[in-house]
Design a protein around this ligand. Structure first.
Ligand code: KIV
Length: 282
């Protein structure tokens, strides 16, 4: 039996009932199929695809068109999963009307269920306008990779009383602006716990500890595919990178020693046709 796609109401109920939502990023058809089969509550088509799929050193170069193409593939693969499109850098910062237009593109062209954008107070006008346009918006605070330059790198946030208070203020402003949920990245668990208990909307963690209404992880980290660096909060559940290298090495070796392809990997001629061909070739 296929699983039922969660709605905003289901996610809110999970918070009320203390059931954590388990979600993951996916960028392509096979990974999204596996995520849905494994029972993901939500899938984020993160702009982390810039680093995990395209090999950029950050998320800033990622474009709207790249995000739409990846969201379309994920939507096709996971029709019964709540899918969130991630607004890339410059798709919502320039003006409120561009933010609404680009959020709409994710819905019209890729069939997402919600979008996510980064930032606190400074993006509340965009959040309000997108929500007023009838779309579900998730906020994202703490370590916001698109502004990692301003933050001085991919660094944990909210580690002092003053900066933690600023995160809590941002969280409240995002809820007030009309976001249906909030993602908190790389802040201490105590700070995420206060935000979770203060807000009525679901508050999810990536690298912000267990005191949250659910957890997000990057698929490439969970699978051990992403090689560039490993953030402190990552737990690798597999080492697909090593497995891929081993499989490719075995394949190349069998090509070199001619043990691949074997008979079972080849097609047979129709009975009697080889003799006929040989006569034709005389
Ligand atoms: O792009 C992404 O995958 C994200 C996570 C880092 C939260 O925004």
């Amino acid at each position: 039996m296929s699983k039922k796609k969660l709605s905003r109401i289901d996610l809110q109920k999970m918070k009320t009932e203390g059931q954590p939502a388990a979600w993951i990023t996916a960028y392509d058809f096979p990974t999204a199929q596996f995520a849905e089969a494994a029972g993901a509550d939500m899938i984020l088509v993160g702009d982390s695809l810039g680093m995990c799929v395209y090999g950029y050193s950050g998320t800033v170069p990622v474009t709207m068109d790249q995000c739409i193409v990846h969201c379309e593939a994920v939507r096709r693969a996971a029709p019964n999963t709540f899918i969130i499109g991630d607004m890339p850098f410059l798709s919502y910062q320039v003006s409120v009307s561009e933010a609404v237009y680009n959020a709409g593109r994710f819905h019209k062209e890729a069939g997402v269920d919600a979008i996510k954008l980064e930032g606190g107070n400074r993006v509340c006008d965009q959040i309000k306008a997108i929500a007023d346009g009838g779309m579900l918006v998730m906020g994202h605070i703490g370590l916001t990779p698109q502004s990692s330059g301003q933050l001085g790198g991919f660094k944990a946030q909210g580690r002092t009383a003053e900066t933690a208070k600023a995160q809590i203020d941002d969280a409240l402003a995002i809820q007030e602006a009309g976001a249906f949920a909030l993602l908190v990245e790389a802040v201490p668990p105590e700070v995420c716990g206060i935000i979770r208990d203060t807000l009525t909307i679901p508050v999810y963690s990536i690298g912000a500890g267990v005191e949250a209404d659910g957890q997000l992880m990057i698929c490439s980290d969970v699978l051990g595919q992403f090689q560039a660096f490993t953030p402190k909060f990552v737990k690798k559940y597999e080492n697909i990178g090593d497995k891929c290298i081993k499989a490719f090495e075995n394949y190349f070796a069998e090509v070199k020693d001619r043990s691949f392809p074997a008979e079972e990997h080849t097609y047979k001629m129709v009975d009697g046709e080889l003799d006929k061909l040989q006569k034709l070739l005389k």
